[in-house]
Design a protein around this ligand. Structure first.
Ligand SMILES: *Cc1c(COP(=O)(O)O)cnc(C)c1O
Length: 438
């Protein structure tokens, strides 16, 4: 095909949604909460439908053979930036693309990708970035399935790893980076902050400074799982991270009714990850993408309300005689944890609404409390409109060896709570009666 032939076909291209909308009105830069209602979608393209239709199709009709070739050049990575047209639903689709545009907005990321789960996002990131013999340097603890993915699955293919504890200082991080560098190529630095289930924060700025000092020009990217505080309360791209990972199942989805993941970052990194996603098909489906578009419209409302509720509930729990300690980011300063409080001040815009409650007692007391809750539901997961409570030692972290549990502070008197958007006083009354039932 020649360029002249392609130029002749412009009149028959199907209209495309507005991808590079700037989000400005009369010079005013619009806020994410405003942009969630319309960014990346033009009703004119769908018979005036206010909301985007759900595009249930496996494939898309090319306007011409030349256009098909051009689109495949984008899909296969011959030309960076992804396909400029719609091709096949393993690669892209209107709902997923609108979602990706809107996900980018919150953190002013250059680009974003949607995935079928948080874990499929993380696995695709690793497959795209890491090869046999490479080392992943990571913070610890990580979400249990991420630890399994690195140590067990990638380990099978000769990938090595080294970790440092979440609160590590610059000197401690430097020591681990030096050790990793000495054993070969460091392909990726992977963080999770706050860490699950301890809420320990990672000093992203110190990690970036250490990486820059130790690796110079040939530096590995820094990726971070920002599921617990993002995108409202922590924006790691502003603190030196290159790639941000989400379980969109949690706060972004926010209604405990879907499973999905996201990755944001620079166009170059996203292009690399997109090629891997195109190959293995870890994109989310159109219905899930549509549900997430609905969820993002209320993301700020939900996270703000849940954050206010958590502050009230934690203030109540903190002074209750049956409570030993509340592991809530808003209390770091008051509890005298200078290192964590310093990281919090520099990185976080709010304390979020997922925290740890340490009761006086052990498993029996924790179970009595959990069984007595009436409004809060006994379930794992977090970030939904409803308040959830669970027992990490006996549930999500049951398989973690006793020694490691001890080192991480996952004790039998630890109850994990994710606060929802209910009435705060009703929640306080529920926690009060459940504590009194112990
Ligand atoms: C839930 C979660 C994940 C995994 O996400 P899924 O959507 O369940 O695959 C990863 N990281 C963190 C911090 C999580 O809370």
């Amino acid at each position: 095909m020649t360029d002249e032939t392609e130029a002749d076909l412009t009149g028959v291209e199907p209209p495309r949604r507005p991808r590079a909308e700037l989000g400005k009105i009369a010079g005013r830069k619009l806020k994410p909460a405003t942009m969630m209602m319309g960014h990346g979608y033009d009703p004119v393209l769908s018979e005036g439908s206010l909301k985007p239709p759900i595009f249930l199709t496996s494939t898309f009709v090319f306007p011409s053979a030349a256009a098909g070739k051009r689109h495949f050049e984008g899909v296969t990575g011959k030309r960076p930036g992804g396909a400029e047209g719609l091709v096949y639903s393993r690669f892209n689709g209107p709902n997923q693309e609108i979602l990706e545009d809107r996900l980018s907005v919150w953190e002013e990321a250059e680009d974003a990708l949607a995935f079928s789960s948080g874990m499929s996002a993380i696995a695709t990131l690793f497959l795209a970035m890491v090869g046999p013999g490479d080392t992943i340097v990571h913070s610890g603890p990580l979400y249990a399935a991420t630890e399994t993915l690195i140590a067990k699955l990638l380990g099978k293919y000769g990938v090595k790893w080294l970790d440092f504890p979440a609160g590590a200082t610059r000197a401690e991080i430097d020591a681990v980076m030096e050790k990793a560098k000495a054993q070969g190529k460091v392909a990726l630095i992977y963080l999770e902050s706050p860490a699950n289930p301890t809420n320990a924060l990672v000093d992203i700025e110190a990690v970036a400074a250490s990486r820059d000092a130790i690796f110079g020009e040939d530096k590995p990217p820094i990726a971070i799982d920002n599921t617990f505080l993002g995108p409202l309360w922590q924006q790691p791209l502003r603190h030196g991270a290159d790639i941000v990972v989400y379980s969109l199942t949690k706060y972004a989805g926010g209604h405990s009714d879907l499973v999905a993941g996201g990755v944001l970052g620079s166009a170059a990194h996203i292009n690399t990850i997109r090629s891997t996603r195109n190959t293995i098909g870890t994109i989310c489906d159109p219905n899930t993408a549509w549900m997430l578009l609905r969820s993002l419209e209320t993301l700020e409302l939900r996270m703000s309300r849940a954050g206010e509720n958590a502050a009230k509930v934690c203030a109540f729990l903190d002074q209750h005689p049956k409570v030993e300690r509340v592991g809530y980011l808003g209390f770091l300063e008051a509890q005298g944890d200078a290192r964590q409080a310093d990281i919090y001040r520099r990185h976080c815009l709010g304390a979020g609404s997922t925290f740890s409650l340490f009761l006086k007692g052990g498993e029996a007391e924790s179970f009595a409390f959990l069984d007595a809750l009436k409004i809060a539901k006994l379930a794992v997961s977090l970030g939904g409109t409803e308040t959830l409570a669970s027992h990490p030692a006996g549930m999500t972290h049951l398989s973690v060896p006793e020694e490691r549990k001890k080192a991480l502070g996952i004790t039998d008197n630890l109850v994990r709570i994710s606060i929802g958007v209910e009435d705060a006083d009703d929640l306080v009354a529920d926690f009060d009666q459940a504590l009194n039932a112990i």
